[in-house]
Design a protein around this ligand. Structure first.
Ligand code: 5CA
Ligand code: ZN
Length: 409
């Protein structure tokens, strides 16, 4: 699968710092020290509907990770998947009578366009579940041969008890795991399972559902967690720097992914940090496809909203916050964009060295985008009030805002 085009990233004078982030697995801060190559896996969309502001917020948060690492002198190997076959996609296609492949292709195309408009830098490898099936099957066969997988009426399950580190990502109690499993695609009440939260690795063919030849697994389709593991292990390898997604992926998805990989490789941990973005709400509830309270990026763009204003509206909230999208949030961002553009369009300005250092420090400190915006606000306010004598300053500010925040002024 192809990703989307990258906007150019200006190189700034000096060098950024190493990134410190809140890690879900430890519940505290970790400062990541990637080698020359920083390795990032961010879970991609399930393409059955258009990109909403919640998705955009999550991918913009991890875009900051890529930008901070680039600025710190790393090469970034960023991998993302597209869950282009899974229950919600098949259910939506069945409900509307559309071919599931056509639906997935259309929504993935829309996602690429939205990401391009928001200047989210693309992953280096962008892979669909369907095209990754040849990678997935041998992993499931290996889990079986290790005694970590078992068959149930033709389906194949992963045994969570096979991983002695199981639970280390989410650190949740058994009752909460069970409840979240039921809510998020699992089947804790299915009779015959070894453990209620054991997830599917391979779902045997059902009438009317797509299926692939699984070799010794029989015809069927892959489970959700093993999809991301197969793609991450193939393109990043074990022990990569960061696994990212929204908080709804902590359990079961990232917990199961870590366990699958740890059992497969005998190594620990799967990722150095598990980083999760807070869920964005609209009209009082978490924005979700199932609730239907969605604000689509494509709709805002069609209405003439500048994607840079959408991006600034997202960046005005810390990625871990759970915040609500409102018209006022967007209006505030549009006003800020206008002030910043006016400020950098003047020929001279106040010295900008402090601003570059301030934005760098804010982002390295658990991606504190609101603090980074405040640093730019201060420079813009001084520029608009009193101006300054440094002829290079507006250009430096403009390049820093572009490189580190992804906003073209
Ligand atoms: N395909 C899987 C991951 S492998 C999936 O969760 N797809 S998704 O389309 O449902 O979500 C894509 C990303 O957007 C996930 O990281 C998810 O946590 C995030 N996301 C979904 N809803 C919101 C929201 N309201 N606010 C912030 N992020 C969200
Ligand atoms: Zn995933």
């Amino acid at each position: 699968m192809h990703a989307w085009p990258a906007s150019t990233v200006p190189v700034l004078p000096g060098q950024g710092r190493d990134l410190s982030v809140h890690d879900t697995a430890t519940g505290g801060r970790v400062t990541l020290t990637p080698g020359p190559v920083a390795r990032l896996y961010v879970c991609g969309i399930t393409p059955y509907d258009a990109t909403h502001i919640g998705h955009a917020a999550t991918y913009t948060a991890f875009d900051l990770v890529q930008r901070v690492w680039l600025d710190a002198g790393h090469e970034v190997h960023y991998v993302q998947n597209v869950t282009d076959v899974d229950d919600p996609l098949l259910e939506r296609a069945a409900a509307t009578g559309e071919d599931w492949r056509a639906l997935a292709e259309r929504e993935t195309t829309g996602f690429r366009e939205d990401m391009t408009a928001l200047r989210v830098l693309p992953p280096r490898h962008y892979l669909g579940a369907v095209e990754s099936i040849p990678l997935i099957i041998p992993l499931i066969e290996r889990l079986r041969s290790l005694g970590a997988a078992y068959d149930l009426e033709g389906d194949v399950y992963f045994s969570v008890e096979s991983d002695r580190h199981f639970g280390a990502v989410s650190r949740l109690d058994a009752a909460t795991m069970r409840a979240l499993s039921a809510e998020r695609g699992g089947d804790p009440d299915r009779p015959g399972k070894k453990h209620p939260v054991d997830p599917l690795l391979w779902r045997a063919e059902r009438p009317g559902e797509p299926a692939w030849d699984g070799g010794s697994l029989g015809p069927g389709r892959p489970g959700w967690h093993i999809e991301c593991v197969a793609i991450a292990l193939e393109h990043l390898g074990m022990g990569f720097d960061m696994q990212g997604g929204g908080t709804d992926l902590v359990f079961p998805h990232h917990e199961m992914g870590a366990s699958h990989a740890q059992v497969l490789t005998g190594e620990y941990p799967y990722a150095s940090a598990y980083v999760h973005a807070g869920l964005v709400a609209y009209e009082g509830e978490k924005m979700s496809k199932s609730k239907g309270n969605l604000v689509f990026v494509s709709r805002l763009r069609r209405e003439g909203v500048d994607p840079a204003a959408i991006r600034l509206a997202l960046l005005a909230h810390h990625y871990r916050a759970e915040w609500e999208w409102t018209d006022a949030v967007l209006a505030g961002a549009a006003g800020r964009l206008e002030r910043w553009r006016a400020a950098v369009s003047r020929p001279d300005g106040p010295a900008a060295d402090g601003l570059v250092a301030g934005v760098r420090a804010a982002l390295a400190d658990d991606l504190d985008a609101p603090a980074a915006l405040a640093a730019v606000d201060r420079w813009a306010a001084a520029q608009l009030a009193d101006g300054g004598a440094d002829p290079g300053a507006p250009g430096v500010v403009s390049r820093a805002v572009d490189a580190l925040l992804g906003v073209a002024l």
